[in-house]
Design a protein around this ligand. Structure first.
Ligand code: B12
Ligand code: SF4
Length: 488
């Protein structure tokens, strides 16, 4: 007898056995929600990603803003279901899967958290509670996720998630949901921030104005998962949401805010009268557009994350990011600093053109140019990307342990160095960039420096010198042998 049946189909105890068994096969069955009285319990979970498994240090709270995904999904729950919704971000709250009481559990999954999501789902499903998974990993490789979930939601879920819930209520949830052709970001309900414990995050003033990106970089999950269509929210709706929430300092999580220039310009202009300070993401192409930088400055931009990726033209071409021009980086940094905009500069190591010299050269460069907050990552061939397919075809994927797909571990055989050189070189770049002397030199070059930038540097200095504490396991890549390779 399974646990749900044991509890006799109580409202809070998951699907009764007969409904659960026939979940996908019996369209038109009486819906579970109506059957169980007015209160439907939905628990939305963000399983702990690799970087957050070890708490402690400065990352306890200081650099973390509240995740937008779960409040967004909660906002999309159809009101007529009268649902009681709980949000659990496992980076913040511990979860006991055996104790979860719900009619449905929804999990958002990135590749690095997939293993954890599967482990959490297993005891929950055993107790008769259906689990639905969505997000980047289910979108990229739904077939990997399907055995671990009752339904997989592929792609953006603005239309499919409410449909799933209505169909579940009617007793005919399908095993897979795809976004309809009518996907739009117009007229979205407000994210349910009231369900988030704001005291655990630096801020809950997290917004999005666009989705997707027009570019097609080899390693990037975004074009692989969602295509190259940039979806845009109407500028007035974004401004209205900011106004209604009374946000003065905010974060845009859009991967490339300037993906469509005209929308970006109108957005920034709409921000001017709001008198906000904001942080967001952009490509280095911004450097070619002083007019856009001016309006950005007027709109209150105080920091940008920019994917510089490499200081080598060949490496950039190799990663299909040839639109970045390293010869222009210095000018871009200076132009942004002059406008009081600090820069979090991201670099990635391990593309085929990279040799062992790349680490020191890059670390020295970021100090010399004065990047406020440099970040380094190891090229990660996320499943479903073109890069993954190519490396798999070349027999260079070393492991499919998704726990290691976090941008901090070497999971493939690099072309011009050993896996160990890549792992150790990446760590040495972090340490070099966050030496006391390097921090001082970088910040001395930045006119955008302030207490926040200094505090963030101290945070990253801690991280740079404790990388191993933040790793999930002792993946000792040097010991990987030929026969541990995985080629598909
Ligand atoms: C913000 C963000 C973060 C934040 C996340 C936390 C936060 N406080 O917000 C921070 C900076 C901490 C972060 C860290 C990392 N991130 Co991140 N992040 C993002 C980003 C830019 C936005 C996510 C977001 O909020 N989107 C807005 C919401 C509304 O959209 P959404 O999450 O896609 O959800 C929609 C659908 O996907 C779907 N959906 C999602 N989940 C579910 C669940 C259910 C049940 C259903 C029905 C639907 C559904 O419905 C939603 C509405 O359409 C995405 C890129 C992107 N644009 O997706 C990368 C992204 C998710 N991150 C990524 C990565 C790799 C990382 C890191 C590993 C990077 C690193 N090395 O540091 C770490 C991992 C952290 C960890 N937990 O382990 C990758 C994931 C790739 C993959 N296959 O795993 C992405 C796609 C970026 C990329 N280009 O590669 N990230
Ligand atoms: S510009 Fe950034 S978001 Fe766009 S495809 Fe390239 S890496 Fe991905």
């Amino acid at each position: 007898m399974d646990a749900a049946a044991e509890r006799g189909g109580n409202v809070a105890c998951g699907l009764p056995r007969n409904v659960r068994r026939g979940l996908h096969e019996r369209p038109g069955r009486r819906g579970i929600f109506r059957k169980r009285g007015p209160t439907v319990k939905i628990v939305l979970v963000s399983p702990k990603g690799p970087l957050y498994r070890h708490r402690g240090g400065v990352f306890k709270k200081s650099l973390r803003y509240a995740p937008l995904t779960l409040p967004t999904l909660a906002g999309l729950v159809p009101p007529e279901l009268g649902a009681e919704i709980r949000i659990i971000d496992e980076g913040i709250h511990d979860i006991d899967p055996e104790a979860i009481q719900a009619d449905l559990v929804g999990m958002t999954v990135i590749t690095g958290s997939a293993r954890r999501a599967y482990d959490l789902a297993e005891p929950i499903r055993r107790r008769g509670i259906p689990v639905v998974m969505g997000g980047p990993h289910p979108t990229l490789v739904p077939e990997d996720v399907a055995p671990h979930a009752d339904a997989v939601v592929v792609g953006y879920a603005e239309q499919s998630w409410p449909r799933l819930l209505r169909e579940l209520a009617a007793g005919r949830m399908q095993p897979r949901y795809d976004p309809g052709p009518d996907h739009t970001l117009r007229g979205l309900p407000m994210p349910r921030w009231d369900l988030v414990d704001a005291s655990r995050y630096t801020t809950t003033n997290v917004f999005e104005a666009t989705r997707g990106c027009v570019h097609d970089c080899d390693f990037c999950v975004v074009p692989a998962a969602w295509g190259r269509v940039p979806y845009k929210r109407p500028v007035e709706e974004v401004a209205e949401e900011i106004r209604r929430r009374g946000a003065r300092k905010l974060i845009f999580i859009d991967l490339n805010l300037i993906s469509e220039r005209d929308h970006a310009r109108r957005l920034f202009e709409a921000l001017v009268p709001l008198g906000v300070r904001w942080f967001g993401l952009s490509t280095a192409l911004l450097g070619r557009d002083p007019e856009l930088m001016d309006v950005m400055q007027r709109s209150g931009c105080s920091g940008l994350l920019i994917g510089f990726e490499s200081i080598s033209r060949d490496s950039l071409r190799c990663a299909r990011k040839g639109f970045n021009s390293p010869q222009d980086y210095r000018q871009l940094v200076a132009d942004l600093h002059r406008r009081g905009i600090a820069i979090m500069g991201c670099f990635v190591f391990g593309v085929d053109e990279d040799g062992p010299e790349v680490f020191e050269a890059t670390a020295r460069y970021v100090v010399e140019v004065g990047i406020d907050l440099p970040r380094f990552a190891i090229t990660t061939p996320f499943p479903g990307t073109r890069l993954h397919r190519r490396l798999a075809a070349e027999g260079r994927i070393l492991t499919r342990d998704w726990n290691l797909y976090d941008g901090q571990h070497v999971v493939f055989r690099p072309a011009r160095m050993s896996p160990r050189q890549l792992q150790e070189g990446h760590e040495s770049a972090w340490r070099h960039a966050y030496r006391w002397g390097s921090i001082a030199r970088r910040l001395a070059r930045s006119e955008a420096r302030g207490l926040v930038t200094l505090a963030a540097n101290l945070g990253y200095r801690y991280y740079a010198h404790h990388l191993h504490t933040h790793y999930t396991c002792d993946w000792f890549i040097g010991q990987v042998t030929q026969d541990r390779r995985v080629s598909a």
